[in-house]
Design a protein around this ligand. Structure first.
Ligand code: MFK
Length: 579
């Protein structure tokens, strides 16, 4: 008796994606939608067809570092896998970075670009990583106003010709840590009128890039992020030799194994200042905000891929006498995941819309504040969702989901980087608090929620709207009370506060789209998603107790003095009993 399961299949990933198509139909003017549809359908075909087949065939390949040639020369050559070479060619040709800078569709150019990215990403084993940094570098260079560097690099970063196309690295993390970047130890010295960098970069992704933006401390500068400066460098000299960069080794990571991530020594690397000799963290922030948005889009993309596979499999797999898709419990499980994905997509693309407005200089000051606040919140919210959703997706395949050559475990491992790189959940929660302080509190967000929800009429959506607004009010109250109680209270609650805002925002956007889909498509599915998303909960600050957190998370109960005081209390009670 043989036991054979039918593997899941993918169709055109644009045609099959009701959520993306419905979102674009609401958001894009008809003429823009008509203009971009062919490119999205072509990318959907590629992602569900040729590229997906190539991805499955490429599963066992990883980048290879060759440090020495046969004649003893240090060469540090990195060969990426065939899938990645093809992905680079497609990315350039289809304008995955260029679309944002050509700005053919004004404020909607970012929506078009990120819809392409979303379709492309899941079939490329995170080739979106070098692309995100490339986009971020182009953005940071343009923001710097450094004419020479803009002329030198931006045409390559935004090229459509694969022979001209460059990718960029973003070298920030040092052995001192990835979050507290101000501790960076790389030094910049001026030698014969040229800047040279000396130091060790500990976690540098997509090291095969032609250029990088990095941080280093010009000699004599003060400590901290302000004393760092932002530098531009090219990884090889005009003869193709490394620019005084040694690749010490590639990292052995849980996931993202196609991404060549390296430890580097910069040993006199020639570099140029991008903008001023200080304020490096501030000057690299435009890059971070772009890569964080790519991160959110990638989270949506991986959730969508997992669900596409899980749903197709559920229609094929027969157990207990019927396909899984006819089993109420399996359907219920998938529905919860689908609702999370839909909330994530609407939230992420709302941020993308704001980014597009900002770059087209058609953004109000309030919308600019929202963009600053929501970029980290979308990143941290979707980063948590993608890991939870893909964990369930793996389980929905039973044992097959746990077997490497199905290609499924890769999804979860790759997803797990999304809450980590570009700022962990906690670091971004604190960033959101800083953004909130800079924009003067939650008033802008609350106004926007009111605006988003104003057209909602369907009775369940009206109830959902009230809940969203109530939650935003409670979040504001919590922030006020925690601020009164002191910095530690605010910091302890920052993650749950940020996730509450993120989930409230996602639910509001789901509700708005649900009303539109009922009105224009007679489609109740977004309404179902909104109800389901709401049922999973949006308020994470309701039962916040910092004292409990300290008791539960720390293992130094006695050192904290708690056992001591408890013992004293017991002793005095015993003492009084004795007397
Ligand atoms: C799929 C897509 C993903 C692509 C993957 C790429 C591969 C991975 C490549 C990597 O490099 S991963 C490493 C990424 N590293 C991080 O994301 C760093 C995480 N840590 C933080 O974000 C910290 O919060 C931070 C380093 C910013 C803290 O440093 P500081 O020196 O304490 O910064 P501070 O004082 O908060 O901010 C300095 C200035 O920058 C301030 O401006 P002012 O000087 O005018 O006051 C801030 O307002 C400004 N700033 C900071 N973050 C900003 C920002 N401005 C705008 N947007 C932001 N996000």
């Amino acid at each position: 008796m043989v036991f054979i399961q039918t593997p899941p299949e993918l169709g055109n990933q644009y045609d099959d994606d009701r959520v993306l198509r419905s979102y674009l139909a609401r958001t894009l003017p008809a003429e823009v939608l008509a203009d971009v549809t062919a490119s999205l359908a072509a990318m959907g075909e590629l992602a569900g067809g040729e590229l997906y087949r190539m991805q499955l065939a490429d599963r066992g390949n990883e980048p290879v570092l060759t440090q020495w040639d046969a004649w003893g020369n240090r060469i540090d050559r990195i060969e990426v896998s065939p899938l990645w070479r093809e992905a680079e060619r497609i990315a350039a040709g289809q304008g995955l970075v260029a679309t944002a800078y050509e700005r053919r569709h004004g404020v909607f150019s970012r929506v078009h670009q990120f819809a392409l990215v979303y379709l492309f990403t899941p079939s490329t084993d995170l080739y979106n990583c070098p692309l995100a940094m490339t986009d971020g570098a182009a953005c940071a260079l343009v923001a710097s106003g450094n004419k020479a560097l803009i002329e030198r690099a931006v045409p390559h970063l935004t090229a459509r010709d694969p022979r001209q196309f460059w990718t960029s690295g973003q070298w920030m993390t040092e052995a001192t840590g990835g979050s507290d970047v101000g501790l960076s130890q790389t030094v910049a010295r001026q030698e014969n009128g040229q800047w040279r960098l000396y130091g060790r970069k500990w976690f540098t992704s997509a090291i095969a890039s032609q250029m990088a933006l990095t941080l280093a401390r010009p000699e004599g500068n003060p400590p901290g992020g302000k004393g760092l400066a932002l530098f531009y460098l090219e990884t090889r000299n005009p003869h193709g030799r490394p620019n005084h960069i040694l690749v010490n080794r590639l990292k052995d990571k849980l996931g993202t194994r196609k991404v060549p991530t390296a430890e580097l020594t910069l040993d006199g690397t020639l570099a140029e200042l991008v903008y001023g000799a200080g304020d490096g963290v501030k000057n690299i922030a435009p890059m971070l905000n772009i890569t964080r948005t790519w991160n959110s889009v990638s989270a949506c993309a991986l959730m969508r891929r997992g669900l596409a596979l899980a749903r197709d499999f559920a229609a094929r797999r027969i157990a207990f006498g019927a396909p899984l898709i006819e089993k109420p419990l399996h359907v219920d499980t998938l529905a919860g995941l689908q609702a999370e994905f839909e909330g994530a997509l609407h939230f992420t693309f709302f941020v993308v819309e704001l980014l597009g407005r900002s770059e087209a200089q058609q953004i109000s000051p309030e919308q600019a504040d929202l963009l600053r606040l929501l970029t980290p919140i979308a990143k941290l919210t979707t980063g948590k969702q993608v890991v939870a959703v893909l964990s369930e997706v793996i389980e929905s395949f039973g044992g097959a989901g746990y077997v490497e050559d199905t290609g499924l475990p890769l999804l979860l491992r790759d997803a797990h980087v999304l809450p980590i790189w570009e700022g962990t959940t906690n670091v971004l929660s604190l960033d959101a608090l800083r953004a909130l302080q800079a924009i003067g509190g939650l008033a802008v967000l609350k106004r926007e929620l009111g605006f988003i929800l104003q057209g909602v009429r369907e009775p369940d959506l009206v109830k959902i709207s009230a809940r969203v607004e109530q939650t935003a009010g409670q979040a504001e109250t919590w922030l006020g009370q925690a601020t009164q109680a002191g910095e530690a209270q605010v910091e302890a609650g920052a993650r749950r506060f940020a996730l509450t805002l993120g989930r409230a925002m996602a639910l509001a956007l789901l509700a708005r789209h649900a009303q539109w889909a009922l009105d224009h498509e007679r489609d109740p599915r977004t309404l179902a998603a909104a109800r389901r998303f709401a049922a999973a909960g949006i308020n994470l600050i309701a039962d916040m107790n910092a004292g409990d957190a300290r008791l539960l998370a720390r293992d130094d109960y006695s050192r904290a003095g708690l056992i001591l005081s408890a013992t004293k209390a017991l002793n005095s009670a015993a003492g009084s009993a004795l007397l």
